[in-house]
Design a binder for this molecule. Structure first.
Ligand code: ADP
Ligand code: MG
Length: 325
């Protein structure tokens, strides 16, 4: 199967009117009145963002989810995406079908279309990139730069499950061995993070600043703090862990080090956001309606950077999160 057959057989069914069914050189997008476009792009490299040889649906699925998470953090909803795929040379064509099925699953779940892209191959690892286009009502995108001193700091969902899922996906034993159910929970968090799109209206209405947690809780807190010119003061005992991650954590010999690993590991794809203390009730109520756990983890202060206090002491970090260079 060549590149053209791949596009016609597997990708064209994922496109619609905007993508001209992938039968033209370019896509045509008609912006909606009263909306701003929100653009975001994420790349995944075999061996860096997903385990070697995982060319199928899991990788396609995750690529879309991590991009949707960026849109969710900005209060946007997805319209469509452009997809670039560099297949490893000589790839087994049965992976094409699985990859397309992964795309289909996420498109159906969140309702957006494939607009176009590019397909190539190389001797190197698989590289896949998606550029997403989302929309927000004019002027309502939630920025990293809006956090204000005395705002509450909130986190959705739980932190660290994806890190534990990655260890399991890489075949590294976790000590002590979690239950089968806990392992399933961790791997789901790693492979299928839930983009918090249902929370977008609440974010637009009440959040002063927001980011999604891709590089790690501490690193992404630092991104908002820096953009807003403030300090993030977090309380260690308020950081939300699932019962499975909490159980693992409590059995570690050096619980402080293990805690640091979970809050700097990344891949959570939860949201961290700030909001005036006057919105506590609204935020809790809105989260409850969509079954989303939200936790108040600290307060914005004057200064810079991120401070995590634990038992009255400030924790220090060697690394605050994942960096590529
Ligand atoms: P070109 O020759 O201009 O590079 P192609 O023949 O590669 O164009 O692409 C033809 C059509 O297929 C275009 O609409 C393009 O956007 C679409 N396409 C190619 N690769 C992909 C992909 N990986 N995902 C989505 N659409 C793709
Ligand atoms: Mg062309």
């Amino acid at each position: 199967m060549n590149e053209f057959d791949f596009i016609a057989t597997y990708l064209a069914p994922l496109a619609g009117a905007g993508g001209l069914n992938l039968k033209d050189d370019a896509a045509l997008l008609k912006p909606s009145a009263g909306k701003d476009l929100v653009l975001t792009k994420d790349t995944m490299v075999e061996g860096v963002h997903f385990p070697p040889g995982h060319f199928g649906g899991d990788t396609a699925d995750k690529l879309l989810r991590v991009n949707l998470s960026d849109l969710a953090a900005k209060g946007a909803h997805p319209i469509g995406y452009m997809l670039s795929i560099v297949w490893p040379k000589g790839i087994d064509g049965t992976y094409f079908k699985g990859f397309a099925a992964g795309l289909r699953d996420v498109q159906d779940a969140y309702n957006f279309e494939l607009l176009g892209g590019d397909t190539t191959s190389s001797e190197g690892p698989m590289v896949v990139t998606a550029t997403f286009i989302g929309e927000v009502p004019k002027g309502e995108m939630v920025l990293r730069s809006g956090a204000k001193v005395a705002d509450d700091i909130w986190v959705t969902g739980t932190i660290g499950d994806a890190y534990l899922g990655l260890q399991s996906a890489l075949g590294r034993a976790l000590e002590p061995q979690p239950s089968a159910e806990a392992l399933w929970h961790f791997e789901e968090a790693y492979y299928r993070p839930e983009p918090r799109l249902l929370f977008r209206k609440t974010l637009r209405k009440h959040a002063s600043g927001a980011a999604d947690i891709s590089d790690g809780l501490v690193a992404d807190a630092a991104h908002i703090a820096k953009a807003s010119g403030v300090c993030f003061i977090l309380e260690a005992d308020k950081i939300p862990f699932s019962s499975a991650a909490g159980a693992w954590l409590s059995k570690q010999r050096d619980e402080d080090e293990a805690f640091k690993t979970l809050v700097t590991a990344g891949d959570d794809y939860e949201l961290i956001f700030t909001a005036s203390a006057g919105f506590r009730q609204e935020i809790n109520r809105a989260a409850k309606t969509i079954g989303l756990r939200v936790s108040r983890v600290g307060t914005v202060g004057q200064g810079e950077g991120v401070r995590i206090s634990s038992d009255g002491k400030v924790m220090t970090f060697q690394n605050t999160g994942y960096t590529h260079f």
